[in-house]
Ligand binder design. Sequence first.
Ligand code: DGL
Length: 259
Amino acid sequence: MKIGVFDSGLGGLVITRAFIKALPEYDYVYYGDTKHLPYGEKTSGRILNYTLEAVKFLISQDCAIIIIACNTATSIALRYIQQRFIPEYAPDVKVLGVVIPTVEEALEAHTAKVGVVATNATVRSHIYQTELHKIRPELEVEEIAAPKLVPAIEDNDFALAEALSKEYAAAFSNIDSLILGCTHYPLVKEYFRKSLPSVRVVSQDELMGAKLADYLHRHTEINCRLSQNGTHNFYVSKINKHYQLLANMLFPGIDIHEH
Ligand code: DGL
């Protein structure tokens, strides 16, 4: 059986690349819901429905573990999927998100004030603030939505993405750590680092590989069900020229299918 990775678009390919780097021998299936992107601007009900469909698709592709790499889908849908959907529909499948591992990583270093930059829906859910406060209630948290960044990245407009990153970075006050709470932001992490040189920028592409390796090491009951032929299958709900370009930039020679 395989490792499934889901994102609302192609940003999750960056996280998939990190998984493959850490665990190259496993078999992966990627699904990007490019037809409904951006999730960050959708209602919670629609985000939940789209995420459920994506998880069902990955289950049909023989995935024993599914990582919802999309922060927005994790914020809105993960709890329902873990607690209500999976126990009835596919009790043998494990579904994980990206928020908890990111919060753990952010709190590894000393920090007094954490900034979070994410989509509108993620910020509205306050999931990062909630999870950070569960571990450290006294921590100051400032969450800022950056709705213009994802469209700029998906359009391959990195000049605009740089200007926007600078603008969003400048909106934070006195943070010492910054969580990039969106699958697409690893692609602009250096712009944030340049704008905030004394801030520890936590980027999911730099932590998720080790987190998944650690998880599989601790959960041998899942690990022993995973096949290891090094195959990669990529699916999106809608392909266009821009997406093909972005996908090729992340995985040269990628063969991407529409589903
Ligand atoms: N994948 C989303 C996330 O990580 C960003 C793109 C979107 O808004 O759908 O929050």
